[in-house]
Ligand binder design. Sequence first.
Ligand code: PA5
Length: 431
Amino acid sequence: MICKGALSLTVDMVYPTFTKEIGKYSATVRDVHQQLESEYESVGWLYDPLENHAALLGRIEQVAQEIQLMADVLVVVGIGGSYLGAKAIQTALSPYFERATCSVIYIGHNLSAAYTEQLLRTLDGKRVYVNAISKSGTTFESAIAFRIVRQYMEKRYDDAASRIIVTTDAKTGRLKQLAEHHGYRQFTIPMTIGGRYSVLTPVGLLPLAVAGINITELMRGAKDATVALNEPRLAHNPAYHYAAMRHLLYKAGYRLELLATFEPSLTYFQQWWTQLFAESEGKGGQGLYPCGVQFPTDLHSIGQFIQDGSPVLFETVLHVNEVATDFAVPFDVMNLDRLNYVAERGLQELTTIAKNGVTAAHREANVPIIELQIARLDAYHIGYLCYFFMKACAMSALLLQVNPFDQPGVEAYKKKIQALLEKTTHHAASS
Ligand code: PA5
């Protein structure tokens, strides 16, 4: 087990040979650690949490307080890295059923007519602010959504411009031009930080501050991770250990990594993680397919495949050790359901037992298991975890010898859509 700062990692391997093999990565990992800092432009996120962000956080908090005071809803427009980080952390840290004073909702990550129409309808009668997020400023889905939302705002408010905040590149892009033209307030995405590595910039921080998340604590967690994980020695760096383990398993023929959690609020965090690894690594016919599973829900569906299906996957189990309030199973005098043997035991204790039982069963089925544990689900630990995964992902992609910071496959689909749109526009215009 490697414990570093807020996180512990256990590589609990079925095959003892893997434990020996991992040691062989030490020299490569040290070299890649240097390469990461010297050969790539898009690594602003590597040390960004160490910068003095007091002024920026202050400005974000100030705008967030204004939104909380003046709005019932903040509509965040964005997709991919301009959407998932905020959604992931907001969902992970917000109560399941209580409604926030100012709700934060998202658009621009789909082209669903029903979703769009219903979202606009729910805004009626509510006070609305908008945060449009796009680094390039040209992403099709979010640009369309922003046009729709912008027109909605202009119809409803004489002072629409003062209710729209744009988060984009400092200098270029259509969103930047729109913001300048209309006089929208702006936050900047640093040039050296790409979409899926941008959750700890205003991209994630403004929506999160509005949602009531403590962004100072989030950044404190990320800052501690930046220091703890800036360690070239494999044996002392859980992020690099995790990356090397993934690479070893990939080389051994595994093709799927399941990120398993027992906390439903982590569903979008799993999606953020999926995007991070899929877009960073799935290149040149290579890469592990990342996929989130929620236990015990998915034990009653995908669980069958994990235990007994094609032997192509391994599991990374993310476990939260403590909960704010545990909930005890009540004692029942009649005991007709025969559950008194677990009466008075907390659901968190049962979750830990379930986790141990599930991993034992999967281990028996020769599923390799990597365990990650954090103490609590709070802003500090989520900030730490985000940085952990970003650093591990960059290392993991470089071990595969692919660029962790581009996404040529995503560009390919965008070009196809554009070509089809131009073709159909031409037909429509000439018919
Ligand atoms: O990680 C990435 O770079 C992508 O997922 C982008 O975040 C996504 O395509 C949205 O791009 P943009 O912020 O330019 O609208």
